[in-house]
Design a protein. Structure first.
Length: 350
């Protein structure tokens, strides 16, 4: 199958910046789907609002809501933890769910022309696991129309949590997710690489294998390995050899050691511990310190009431010397099978 990429964002000089590049705003979709946190949704609003407070220290936070009533409820919750509402903007763009990393807009910029565009990838709720998702699927185009930005439609499924960028031409992803038959069964690995290069403006795709146990996304990269600068990654490792994640994460570590960047350099690899296993209702949850979010002023890290929380925060503090690293308890939020990175999507500044 021959695919025409002649008018892609990359061909027009656009690229997806690294998360630590300056932001105009962070986008969120206010949580309201009770089935995502069965029996527990009321408990997530306090840590969720604390996350917003930490991010809004350095940038605007733009929140998709279903209607005015939801915006009013959100304002109450935000004020209860001391958020400055002048830093918050609400948009009546209804969503099915809260996972803005995966259904939100992919913003690309052209550094030379100072232009911004949006890529609206297809979204099918991680392989049609949680229908309906029709409202989530159209969010990027709604945002593009509101801000009068050009929008590209690649026509294939891609989630923001499945890719991580160094801002210098390299994207990191997993075969477990991007080659899963429930996403784009008509495409092979080489064709998917071509889409990543053409619609994210990267030159190199680095592939890891499997994701962590309990991850319903089929192995998103943002639960295992993240760039912290253009040639450094943090990657989670499990110390307990009897834990189900031990061999998966050792294999990923071994693979990372063989990788080379475009300039021929090896990756600097920083090992990050895993928290103690988190269970709820007998289900192992995808708790990981790698699901942190890099905002202009802060790095917000999920914590899990684990003996490794402080160790993880110390390691990430060394990785981000120019930002305040803040741990926020994500024990209730992770019942939704994601944390702060899954919930957010950055809008880069020009």
């Amino acid at each position: 199958m021959k695919i025409d990429f002649s008018n892609s964002p990359a061909s027009q000089g656009f690229h997806f910046p690294a998360e630590w590049a300056p932001h105009t705003a962070t986008w969120l979709s206010w949580p309201h789907k009770e089935e995502s946190w069965p029996g527990k949704i009321d408990t997530i609003y306090k840590p969720y609002c604390e996350f917003i407070k930490a991010v809004s220290d350095g940038e605007l936070v733009r929140i998709n809501v279903v209607n005015e009533q939801m915006a009013a409820f959100a304002k109450e919750q935000l004020m209860s933890v001391g958020v400055d509402l002048k830093k918050i903007e609400f948009f009546e763009f209804p969503t099915n769910d809260a996972w803005c990393r995966d259904h939100g807009p992919a913003f690309l910029i052209n550094s030379d022309t100072k232009q911004k565009v949006i890529v609206d990838w297809g979204y099918n709720a991680w392989g049609n696991k949680y229908p309906p998702y029709d409202l989530d699927d159209v969010i990027p185009t709604k945002i593009a129309k509101h801000f009068n930005l050009p929008v590209y439609h690649p026509g294939i499924v891609m989630e923001g949590g499945s890719v991580d960028f160094n801002g210098k031409g390299t994207v990191l992803t997993t075969t477990a997710c991007l080659l899963n038959q429930n996403r784009n069964p008509h495409l092979n690995q080489q064709q998917i690489e071509a889409y990543l290069q053409s619609y994210y403006g990267v030159e190199q795709v680095l592939w890891l294998g499997d994701g962590i146990i309990g991850d319903d996304t089929d192995g998103h990269i943002d639960d295992i390995t993240r760039f912290t600068n253009e040639d450094t990654v943090v990657t989670v490792v499990e110390e307990n050899k009897n834990d189900e994640n031990y061999h998966i994460l050792q294999e990923n570590l071994d693979t990372l050691k063989t990788m080379r960047l475009l300039n021929g350099k090896q990756l600097n690899i920083v090992e990050l511990p895993m928290p103690d296993a988190v269970y709820y209702d007998g289900q192992r949850l995808p708790a990981s310190y790698a699901n942190f979010y890099i905002s202009n002023a802060t790095v917000v890290v999920p914590t899990y009431r684990s003996k490794n929380d402080d160790k993880a925060l110390d390691i990430l503090t060394q990785c981000f010397p120019n930002r305040k690293v803040i741990g926020i308890d994500s024990t209730d939020i992770i019942w939704g099978l994601g944390s702060f990175h899954c919930l957010s999507q950055q809008e880069p500044a020009l």
